[in-house]
Design a protein around this ligand. Sequence first.
Ligand code: ATP
Ligand code: MN
Length: 486
Amino acid sequence: MKSSATVQHGKRTKVIDLLKETETGTTVTVKGWVRTFRNNQFIALNDGSTIENIQAVVDFENFDDNLLKRITTGACISVVGELVASKGKGQAVEVVVEDIEILGDADPEKYLLQPKRHTLEFLRDIAHLRVRTNTFSAIYRVRHAMIFAIHKFFTDKGFYNVHTPIITGSDAEGAGEMFKVTTLDLTHPPKTGEGDVDFKEDFFGKETNLTVSGQLEVETACLALSEVYTFGPTFRAENSNTSRHLAEFWMIEPEMAFYDINDTMDLAEEFLEYLVKYALDHCEADLVFLDKRASDEEKTRPQHERSELGLLERLRFVLEHDFERITYTEAIDILRNSKPNKKKKFQYLVEDWGADLQSEHERYLVEKHFKKPVILYNYPKQIKAFYMRQNEDDKTVAAMDVLFPGIGEIIGGSQREERHDKLKDRIDELGIPEKDLWWYLELRKFGSAPHSGFGLGFERMIQFVTGMGNIRDVIPFPRTPGNAEF
Ligand code: ATP
Ligand code: MN
């Protein structure tokens, strides 16, 4: 038996590089987590650099039984050995083990992640370990690739990245319920003469919240740098327990001076296609795995609920087809005359112009009617935010939503109201306190310019690219109503 004293553990080579190696006969050191240990002989070792494992072959006669017993699923080990051409199928090279060092044991009696199929629900309860599965390590790698691609896309176009505040002093962002930020003693808060909580005594001397969107602040940079984007965390205290909503999620918000609503739709389409293409070009092994995972999952569903295209087909489909662009009014006509509406199959029947579209309607348009991504624009002003540019018809605003198969709304955007008086009137009409928006109105007083922007929900994009059905499975630690473990 060789002792670790005689074999040096050298500089680590990543699994991804070892698997590409064509020169064999060299001594290598590889470190990672044991996926499986078969027949006291074959270790499948993964270090997260790729979805593939490297096989390390052990001649058990050369090793102490007590050491071999510690090579269990989940254990972290360092292996030194000779890289050789593999005799087995499934891999070109493998490592013939000369020495093993256990870096971290994983007691098989207690380690929850065993090499068998676990449900996604179970894995959510062990979010600190789930990244060690093929599914989640693939998702983490795709997330990284998409973050990088987003910065590359905008950088190549001459956009500047701007950090907008996470703690906001305005509660008029209008995109949803907000989380309060306070250091007041909640059991004995200071009170005003009228008996209300006195926020003048609070940390910032006023009420503050976590941001629901960086848009209003990024507009200030837009009206100086022309083309900017913010990419940060956003928080919504909305109690919607759906597979598309998180209480904490990441949003990409480009804002462009001199763009009208049509330029903005062009940019949104180009951006989404760029990201999909980047994923296909750079995440092939992970996407092939996720495609298989999604199709296995599909097979457990009733026939009529299965989607017609697999994950990879869906991604290629988006690249090959232009998005359909129709107005809200055209969409209402299509929906009103649709089969599910006439047969009262929709939960919310479409009758009058002016109603907000539900996700069932959005998905009907995308998945059944057009069978491709759809951009809806020119929405009724009553169902959209105060800052959207009012159209000539006095009824609609220059808003646009991009709807994706399996997801529904993935992007929401608009041309912004750049005319001071129109904006002020709308703010007053809606009873929004002007005291929070004085600076936003000033942007329209001094050097105002036509400008537009949109918000892409990062996790919804990751859902689309990875084919994961639930948004809780595309962010490392999901925050949802009743859940902030980890
Ligand atoms: P929805 O109608 O789906 O709730 P929204 O109209 O509230 O969306 P916006 O305020 O326009 O969405 O936000 C821009 C984008 O942010 C959306 O298109 C979506 O991709 C994403 N998004 C919005 N809310 C959430 C959420 N709670 N969790 C994850 N992503 C979200
Ligand atoms: Mn919402």
